[in-house]
Design a protein around this ligand. Structure first.
Ligand SMILES: C=CC1=C(C)c2cc3[nH]c(cc4nc(cc5[nH]c(cc1n2)c(C)c5CCC(=O)O)C(CCC(=O)O)=C4C)c(C)c3C=C
Ligand code: FE2
Ligand code: FE2
Length: 340
């Protein structure tokens, strides 16, 4: 008999592969304190706000966190899933996770989701996966276009948790998929089908991406170029000219210059140029959320109509739709190559 120490070796769970879907995060409720807690974590992230900490700390704590939680809480209340008492972003991310788990069933793969800010936290889920025997974990940031403000910080948070694990699993990160032909085809088909359901033919279709300070682009963040490439490939796929499929940037925050053209200003200007019927989608988001449902589908529609627009339609994100999940499954299987 060999000499083992300790003599009563603990029983170890069976080894398995894990897939961890990562998204941004969302508040646990629409009340002031829930939204404040979420915004504080979000806006304290130096990947998101690069302003010097000594300058930013008082602005965040004394100015932004005293008024923004009410304003955002009111916006969240308009889109809240009242049946599940949860934010749509989390409802949809969970549906995507369940669907992927279903598709990978029988291969002993554990599929979970975690958020960069709020719950379920990346650390708690990674610890659960490690304890369940996941010795190989694929991290999948659910952002089609890479940005340091989203993809990199999601991965950072996962690596932070791994840093304190004695028995650290092997980890891979999935790359951005902004130009993957299968993704472009899936998104292109969702545009075609979205339009086919309408009672009008849009004069133009807008791809509205989440914005970012221009300064981050100048410092080398590839997000802006990847957004443009997604739309260019969509035009090629659909066979549309440049003026039929526009690129705009939404969700401006703070006084600095953000990526342009701005979605809100574009929607206000189009009717004056004779464009009265638009359809709009938000390809930077894998799941519908406050930025798409409240800001675009509701707010964007109001400003377009107030400026003289006649027809407005919002085309949903891929969410947990069958084609959307077909894509995520194929991408995950590809990235798991050699592991399963
Ligand atoms: C302040 C700077 C911000 C940067 C830069 C930024 C980049 C960025 N964000 C997303 C995706 C999402 N953002 C969401 C909400 C949201 N974003 C910011 C700020 C920045 N985002 C704030 C303050 C908020 C909170 C809502 C609000 O108070 O207005 C969400 C939705 C979350 C939800 O709960 O529904 C997503 C998703 C991307 C892709 C991106 C890339 C440049
Ligand atoms: Fe954002
Ligand atoms: Fe917003």
């Amino acid at each position: 008999m060999s000499e083992h120490f300790p003599p009563n070796h603990p029983v170890l769970p069976q080894q398995k592969v894990g897939v961890l879907l990562l998204n941004l995060g969302t508040p646990d409720g629409t009340d002031y304190w829930s939204v404040r807690r979420y915004l504080k974590e979000f806006l304290s992230d130096p990947r998101v706000i690069e302003t010097n900490k000594l300058i930013w700390w008082p602005i965040l704590n004394f100015v932004i966190l005293s008024f923004r939680p009410q304003k955002s809480g009111h916006a969240y209340a308009q889109i809240w899933d009242k049946e599940k008492n949860e934010s749509p972003l989390r409802v949809i991310t969970r549906e995507q996770t369940q669907s992927l788990a279903e598709r990978l069933r029988g291969e002993d793969i554990m599929v979970e989701f975690a958020m960069r800010y709020g719950n379920p936290s990346t650390r708690s889920v990674l610890e659960k996966m490690q304890a369940a025997g996941c010795q190989r974990i694929l991290l999948v940031p659910l952002y089609p276009q890479y940005s340091a403000t989203t993809t990199a910080t999601a991965n950072d948070k996962a690596f932070d948790a791994l840093r304190t694990m004695r028995w650290q699993p092997a980890v891979r990160t999935a790359p951005a998929y902004f130009d993957d032909p299968h993704y472009i085809e899936t998104l292109g088909n969702s545009i075609r089908e979205g339009i086919a359901k309408l009672d009008f033919e849009p004069d133009v279709v807008i791809t509205s991406y989440h914005g970012m300070p221009v300064d981050y682009l100048k410092k080398g963040d590839p997000y802006y170029c990847q957004c443009h490439k997604t739309t260019r490939l969509l035009r090629d796929y659909l066979g549309w000219p440049e003026e039929k499929l526009l690129v705009t940037f939404q969700s401006r925050f703070g006084p600095t210059e953000w990526l342009q053209p701005y979605t809100d200003k574009t929607l206000e200007a189009l009717p004056g140029k004779g464009v009265k019927k638009v359809a709009i989608l938000a390809p930077a988001f894998s799941a519908d959320c406050i930025e798409t449902l409240e800001e675009i589908a509701m707010g964007g529609k109001d400003s377009f109509m107030a400026a003289g627009g006649e027809k407005f339609a919002y085309i949903p994100c891929l969410n947990a739709s069958t084609p959307g999940m077909d894509y995520i499954e194929a991408m995950v299987r590809r990235e798991l190559g050699g592991w399963v």
